[in-house]
Structures are given as structure tokens and as C-alpha cells.
Design a protein. Structure first.
Length: 87
């Protein structure tokens, strides 16, 4: 198995073409190079939504697959919107 990569204090941005679709940070993240599986801890993601300013999503843990473009957050997900907060 190819070696994995571990990131500490990771900041990231995701684009669709030239449009920013998400930005955020994680305290720690790991990537399996053979499968593109990723796992992260203490995640904060800002999903821009002009003109409202965006949605902040926070979670203690998450995992997904970069190649498939999917991810799952768990462990007490909090979504903060301009109008309020949801758990």
C-alpha cells in the first residue's frame, strides 16, 4: 500500500472552475494515496452563498473520498446560518 499523508492544521479551498464552492480548516487530516480516502478531525467549512454570506458547518469528525467528490460529517454537526443554528 502506498504511504498515506497526514496534515496538521490544514486549510483548504474547493473550486468548481473558477468559482469558490467551499473553504475551511481541519485540525488534523489523513489521506490514503491509493484510494483517495480522507479522514479529518475538528472540521470547519464555510459554504459561500451570496448575498446571504454563507453557511458555516462544523463537525468533530468527517470522512470521504476525494476522487468520488463525497464526504460525510459526524459526531455532532452544527450548521450556522444567518437566521440561526441547527444541530
Amino acid at each position: 500500500m502506498p504511504p498515506g499523508i497526514t496534515f496538521e492544521k490544514l486549510s483548504f479551498r474547493s473550486y468548481r472552475g473558477t468559482v469558490l464552492t467551499a473553504s475551511g480548516e481541519a485540525v488534523r487530516a489523513t489521506l490514503r494515496r491509493d484510494t483517495s480516502a480522507v479522514a479529518a478531525e475538528d472540521i470547519r467549512v464555510l459554504l459561500p452563498s451570496p448575498p446571504a454570506g454563507g453557511h458555516l458547518v462544523e463537525a468533530p469528525r468527517g470522512e470521504g473520498n476525494l476522487r468520488a467528490g463525497e464526504g460525510h460529517l459526524r459526531g455532532g454537526v452544527v450548521v450556522t446560518l444567518r437566521a440561526g443554528r441547527s444541530r
